[in-house]
Write a protein that binds this ligand. Structure first.
Ligand code: UDP
Length: 262
């Protein structure tokens, strides 16, 4: 049993508590759903549990390909043990297909496949509605250094490549998603690592065949069946209903091949 300490931060969909050891935290996934900068709110039973599992799966896989992130381990149905980082106040948006705010802002037809992934930066500030900003703003207001920004971009493109492939393999198009990064202090060393969550709350996921939306747009656009859609993503990732233990693959003993000499 992992004991959590005092509440450090409460966001729209998650709460962060102090963790059992210095530098650790407990990230709790709530069932609250919000959209349009908190104008639309609801509780969707089971959403937090699904996001906890899906985000754990993705972050674990990213760790295995060398993308450092804050996840230590999932503790229970709703909580993860994490490394506490200083969150960089940026929302990094990656787009593979134009939709959502991009189509509204620039009049790009919905569904346009982009030749290259597009990165956009937003200033993470609810009071201002997370406004779109340029790289120059980030440097001018020292929200991140040029070196940090380069690392964020490199990691973001690798994460996108990995996730596009992962979702393709289960018949899902990764349309766009949002990432957050943080500064991890270890002794006198500081490095930028991936933080927050990656889930259907923060990605747009379309079924390859039917184009059915399997993400938070079901809530934003009142399409219904949000839990069923998130569950579908989890099922395809093979993380439900099993406890997500990968069964050991047993190989037969190699049979020796005798080569007859002529
Ligand atoms: N996104 C997010 N949190 C935010 C803003 C965006 O997770 O505060 C995700 C969103 O789910 C989508 C992508 O980032 O997958 C791009 O969102 P967009 O800018 O199109 O926002 P929206 O259309 O929701 O305003």
């Amino acid at each position: 049993m992992i004991h959590k300490g005092k509440k450090l931060y409460e966001g729209k969909a998650k709460i962060i508590y102090e963790g059992p050891e210095k530098g650790t935290g407990v990230q709790h996934f709530k069932d609250d759903a919000t959209a349009f900068n908190n104008l639309k709110k609801s509780q969707i039973e089971g959403k937090g549990v699904l996001n906890n599992r899906i985000s754990e799966h993705i972050l674990k896989n990213l760790n295995q390909i060398g993308i450092k992130n804050h996840l230590i381990k999932r503790i229970n149905m709703r909580e993860q043990l994490i490394k506490l980082v200083e969150i960089i106040p940026l929302e990094i948006i990656v787009r593979n297909i134009a939709t959502g705010s991009l189509t509204k802002r620039l009049g790009i037809p919905d569904g346009t496949v982009l030749d290259h992934p597009l990165i956009e930066y937003c200033y993470k500030n609810d009071d201002l509605g997370d406004p779109l900003i340029a790289k120059e703003h980030i440097l001018a207001f020292k929200w991140a250094t040029l070196d940090e920004l380069k690392k964020i971009n490199d990691m973001t493109f690798r994460i996108n490549d990995f996730m596009v492939g992962m979702f393709r393999g289960i018949g899902i198009k990764l349309v766009d998603f949002k990432l957050e990064f943080g500064r991890l202090q270890e002794g006198d060393k500081q490095e930028v690592i991936l933080a927050d969550e990656i889930s259907p709350d923060t990605c747009r996921l379309w079924d390859v065949v039917s184009e059915k939306k399997l993400d938070k747009d079901r809530f934003r656009k009142d399409l219904g069946n949000l839990i069923e859609a998130y569950q579908e993503v989890a099922n395809r990732l093979k993380i439900f209903p099993e406890q997500h233990n990968i069964t050991e693959v047993k190989f037969n003993k190699p049979t020796s091949i005798k080569i007859k000499k002529k």
